[in-house]
Design a protein around this ligand. Sequence first.
Ligand code: SF4
Ligand code: FES
Length: 235
Amino acid sequence: MRELKVKIARGNKNFSEFSVQEKPRMSVLLLLDEILETQDSSIYYESVCRSSICGSCAVKINGQPKLACKTQTSSLPENITLEPLDFFPLIKDLATDKSRFFLELNRKLETWIHPSKPFSGKDEIMPEEVSAKLYERERCIECGICVSACPAASFTNFMSASGTQKALRFLDDPRNSKEAQEKLIAVLASDEGLWGCHGVGACENFCPKEIPLTRQLAESRREIIKLILRDWFKK
Ligand code: SF4
Ligand code: FES
């Protein structure tokens, strides 16, 4: 096993350096735990699920945004530099505050069902192809990687690939009212939505859930144009 040389960002462009003996099947999160437990209890990073579900451990690993719990040290060179994600406010060392961004996004898009009719009191079965489509849109874990990796999401008002996924998830939901869907179509058809993407593709390259974001963005643009034309001809 190798002797890993690890540099960890400590704020204000300072780094702490550590040497760690690599272990079999060691993830970057286990590497951080090892440093915390045996060398420096003051380093700060976040993790909850340790299994690519909560998104809290997203950091830059040798310059690339990744989940620390999903990245094996065996896939990396022996010199490993760990930094916080770009774009989000820094909490400390490797931890960033993504909660405000996602809270505002969810509030803006109203990511909940606005029922078109009162609840009947009985189970209403959703067609399988619709629930499969919604499930695919629900796979985003709000890790923030596609936000921090995307120049458009960082420097313009583009809501990010994660944001468009959320808007499309509620647009595709047949339980949502027509009025709510019209609002989502309006935001998706703007520079904040699908037309804000500049096609860089960083979202899909780095998304840890391997969501085919660029293909979905292109397909969704066609769907939105069809919906706008349908409504226009109805008038
Ligand atoms: S779309 Fe992928 S990269 Fe973006 S927040 Fe969701 S899981 Fe993370
Ligand atoms: S700790 Fe939850 S995604 Fe890594």
